[in-house]
Write a protein that binds this ligand. Structure first.
Ligand code: ZN
Length: 463
C-alpha cells in the first residue's frame, strides 16, 4: 500500500514539471516532413524532465505488471487505478512527443523554404511606399503650386539648387507679406494666425524637400563611386555611410599595374548643434548613379492599366504569324524564344505573371549643348525601352527606364563601359533566372502577385 502511495506521489511530482505546452528539444534537425523522430536532446531542462517522467512511468508500469493482486479489495483497487493512470499519462506523453516532433518538422521545413526562396525564389520587393506623394495631398493648393513650380524648374528647366532656394525664399517672403497685408486690411492686426504660421513653418527651404513631398524622386537609386581614370565602379557599403567606398581604385586591366587612383576625398561638415562635434565623411570624386530595374518596374506597374497592357502584348505572338511584320512582336526571335526553363515558350505567361522584353541603349550627349566652339564634354546614359508597351507609349520619356548616368567629361573606352553596365546586367540575370515579385500593382490592389522576367534581346549599344 505504501509503495503505491509513494509511486503515486512521485508521478504527481514529476508530472507537475510537464505542461501541455512544454517544448521538447531533439538532437537532429529534420530535413523533411517524413523524417523519423530524432533522439531527445536531454541537455535541455524541459526535455530532461520529460524524459525523467517517462522513465519513471515505464518503470512503474513494469513494477505494477509484475505485482500480483493480494486479495485485499482496497489495495488491489489502488493497484489497478495506478496502473490505469500510469498508462494514461504514458499515452499522453506519446501524443505530446509526436506533436512536438511535428512542430519541429514544420518549423524546419518552413525555414528551409524561406531560405530557399530568399536565395533562389523571385526577387521580393517589399511593400511599395504608400506615403509617396501622400504629403502633397494635405497641402494648401497655393503652396502645392509653389512645390510644383520649383520641382519643374529644378528637374526639367535645370535650375540649380541654390537658385531654387532663392525662388522658394522669395515665395515665402511674398506669402508672409500677403498674410500680414490681408490681416491688417481685415483689422485683425499684423500678427499671423495659427493657420498662416503653420503654412510658413512647413514651407520648404530646398527643392529636394519639395520634390520629396511630391513623391517624384525615384526609388532604388544607388550611387556607385566611379574611378575617373579607368571607369571602374564601386558599390557603397551601406553599413558605413560616412566611409562607404574604398579609398583607392583596385582595378587592374590586362598587362597593366593596379590603377590605384584615389576614389574619395575627405569632407568636414559643420556641427549641427552649437559646440557639437563636426562630422567627417568620405565623398566620391565621381558618382555613377544607378536605378534598379525592379524599382522601375514597380513604379511602372503602379500606373493604372500598364501591367495589363504589358501582359496583353504577348497575345499576338500566340496567334498565327501574319505575312507582314508590324512590330517586334511579329519577329520569330520572340515567337520561338524559350523561357528560363529552356522548354516553355517565353510567350506563355503563367497566371498572374508578366514577361517583359527590353531593348537597351547607351547614348552620349554634351550637357553644355552642341556648340561648335563650346567645351567638349560628354555624359552617357544607359536606358531601356520596354517593348511590352504599345508603340505609341513605348518611347515616351516618362516610359523609358533610365538605368544610369555615366559621368564625363570623356566617353569611356568600350571595354571600360562594362564597369557601368555591370550593375544592370547583374540585376537582369537575377530577373531572368528568378523573376520579381511585386506585392501590388495599380490593377491588383488586393496584392495578387506579378512575376516579371526581363530579357534584352539583341541589345543595341548606340555610341
Ligand atoms: Zn581606376
Amino acid at each position: 500500500m505504501s509503495w503505491i502511495s509513494t509511486a503515486w506521489s512521485k508521478i504527481d511530482h514529476a508530472k507537475a514539471a510537464i505542461l501541455k505546452t512544454t517544448r521538447l528539444s531533439f538532437q537532429r534537425e529534420p530535413l523533411s516532413l517524413l523524417d523519423p523522430m530524432s533522439e531527445f536532446d536531454s541537455t535541455d531542462i524541459n526535455t530532461y524532465n520529460f524524459c525523467k517522467l517517462e522513465a519513471l512511468l515505464v518503470e512503474t508500469e513494469a513494477d505494477l505488471e509484475r505485482m500480483q493482486h493480494i486479495g485485499h479489495t482496497d489495495a488491489d483497487h489502488r493497484h489497478d487505478a495506478l496502473l490505469r493512470r500510469t498508462r494514461t499519462i504514458l499515452r499522453s506523453l506519446d501524443d505530446h512527443k509526436n506533436r512536438e516532433w511535428d512542430r519541429v518538422k514544420i518549423e524546419s521545413v518552413l525555414r528551409q523554404t524561406q531560405e530557399h526562396l530568399a536565395n533562389n525564389g523571385p526577387l521580393m520587393l517589399s511593400a511599395l511606399s504608400k506615403a509617396r506623394g501622400e504629403k502633397a495631398r494635405g497641402l494648401q493648393p497655393f503652396v502645392l503650386a509653389a512645390f510644383i513650380m520649383v520641382t519643374v524648374l529644378h528637374s526639367i528647366a535645370a535650375t540649380a539648387r541654390l537658385k531654387s532656394q532663392y525662388i522658394l525664399a522669395t515665395i515665402e517672403a511674398v506669402l508672409y507679406g500677403a498674410f500680414v497685408f490681408s490681416n491688417v486690411a481685415a483689422s485683425s492686426g499684423p500678427t499671423l494666425n495659427l493657420l498662416q504660421a503653420n503654412v510658413l513653418r512647413n514651407f520648404p527651404q530646398d527643392a529636394r524637400t519639395a520634390m520629396a513631398a511630391l513623391g517624384v524622386e525615384p526609388d532604388g537609386v544607388t550611387h556607385f563611386a566611379c574611378c575617373s581614370k579607368c571607369g571602374d565602379t564601386y558599390s557603397p557599403n551601406r553599413r558605413r555611410p560616412d566611409d562607404a567606398y574604398p579609398h583607392f581604385c583596385s582595378n587592374r586591366e590586362t598587362d597593366k599595374p593596379i590603377c590605384g587612383n584615389p576614389l574619395v576625398y575627405q569632407q568636414t561638415h559643420v556641427p549641427t548643434t552649437k559646440n557639437g562635434p563636426s562630422r567627417t565623411t568620405w565623398e566620391p570624386f565621381q558618382i555613377f548613379p544607378y536605378r534598379t530595374c525592379s524599382s522601375w518596374i514597380a513604379d511602372l506597374f503602379q500606373r493604372p492599366g500598364l501591367d495589363l497592357l504589358a501582359r496583353a502584348a504577348w497575345e499576338p505572338v500566340l496567334r498565327p504569324l501574319k505575312t507582314r511584320w508590324h512590330d517586334i512582336w511579329d519577329a520569330p526571335v520572340l515567337r520561338d524564344f524559350l523561357g528560363p526553363d529552356k522548354k516553355t515558350l517565353f510567350a506563355r505567361q503563367p497566371d498572374g505573371a508578366v514577361h517583359l522584353i527590353f531593348s537597351m541603349f547607351v547614348d552620349w550627349f554634351n550637357p553644355h549643348g552642341n556648340k561648335k566652339a563650346g567645351k567638349s564634354h560628354s555624359i552617357g546614359v544607359i536606358y531601356l525601352a520596354c517593348h511590352n508597351l504599345p508603340p505609341h507609349l513605348r518611347y515616351l520619356p516618362e516610359n523609358i527606364y533610365l538605368a544610369g548616368v555615366i559621368p564625363g567629361p570623356k566617353e569611356p573606352e568600350l571595354h571600360q563601359l562594362n564597369h557601368f553596365l555591370r550593375p544592370l546586367i547583374d540585376e537582369l540575370v537575377i530577373l531572368w533566372e528568378r523573376g520579381l515579385y511585386l506585392p501590388q500593382t495599380a490593377s491588383r490592389s488586393a496584392g495578387l502577385p506579378v512575376l516579371a522576367r526581363v530579357l534584352a534581346p539583341g541589345s543595341r549599344v548606340m555610341i
